[in-house]
Ligand binder design. Structure first.
Ligand SMILES: Nc1ncnc2c1ncn2[C@@H]1O[C@H](COP(=O)(O)OP(=O)(O)OP(=O)(O)O)[C@@H](O)[C@H]1O
Length: 257
């Protein structure tokens, strides 16, 4: 299983889950976050607050650091300077999940792909069976339930990855280019799901290099350039009146990296 494909904060718990009223893990605060590999500074001086209930789209040219930023937020990598903190003591709370650009599915049936992380999270068999069935129905996957997940189309695999993340009841979903390799109808289906998650109160933090998609989905924009966060604010403001020359060039199609 790809570590980033699902929320893994509860991996290893063997107890049956008792569902307590969820305490909000948001806002997520990044303070002066930097990330270096060797002497190369890939992210630098990032101050960002992710507030509950918003759809935040992280934009920027290729190599700007969008995926790294999401990985840092989710806890897949640790900052080499600065801090990433949630509203809980837990540095990597379970109520957040990430779906990677190329979804990682297990070499098992669709049903088993949904069941496995719930088992890891400590849910008992009966509860899991019910949750899996509800999730299959919710995501239009009933007809595919017994099919090996690796045989699904790209769009179906992405839908399964989203279903698997959703089944874990996250408060926050990190989505890295969720429709990068999909055709227009599969992209539409994924965007519809993102809109529904948002309407259910799930905070969305996603990357996209697609300006049209960002216009459709974003409430807030974080714009990265060469590892620095140079704009962050309401989407309408970003698109109508970008503050930096880099964002203006990017929106005009002139800034490639
Ligand atoms: N482990 C690593 N070691 C060295 N360089 C890395 C590492 N991970 C990422 N990078 C570099 O950091 C930069 C930012 O990478 P990242 O994947 O976050 O970019 P991105 O904004 O998501 O780009 P794209 O739009 O092309 O997907 C890139 O130049 C990448 O090559």
């Amino acid at each position: 299983m790809g570590a980033g494909a699902i929320g893994t904060g509860t991996v290893g718990m063997k107890v049956d889950k008792v569902i307590a009223p969820a305490q909000s893990i948001l806002p997520l605060q990044l303070r002066a976050v930097g990330y270096s590999v060797g002497k190369t500074r890939l992210l630098d001086g990032i101050d960002l607050t992710v507030r509950a209930g918003k759809r935040l789209v992280v934009m920027g040219p290729n190599g700007a650091g969008k995926s790294l930023l999401l990985r840092l937020c989710h806890g897949l990598i640790a900052p080499t300077s600065g801090s990433v903190s949630w509203q809980t003591q837990d540095p990597r709370p379970a109520a957040q999940a990430m779906v990677l650009q190329r979804p990682v599915v297990l070499r098992r049936s669709v049903r088993a792909n949904l069941d496995y992380p719930l088992a890891l999270a400590g849910y008992a068999r009966a509860a899991r069976d019910e949750m899996v069935q509800k999730t299959l129905a919710r995501f239009g996957l009933i007809a595919l339930a017994e099919r090996p997940a690796r045989l699904l189309s790209g769009g179906e695999q992405q839908r399964l990855a989203l279903a698997r993340a959703w089944a874990l009841r996250p408060q926050v979903l990190f989505l890295d280019e969720p429709s990068a390799a999909l055709d227009p109808s599969a992209t539409r289906a994924i965007e519809d799901l993102i809109g529904q998650f948002s309407a259910e109160g799930i905070t969305i933090v996603m990357t996209s290099h697609d300006l049209f998609q960002a216009r459709r989905l974003a409430q807030d924009i974080a714009f990265l350039h060469r590892g620095r966060l140079i704009e962050h604010g309401p989407a309408a403001q970003f698109f109508d009146a970008p503050q930096t020359p880099q964002a203006r060039d990017f929106l005009g199609g002139a800034l490639i990296w």
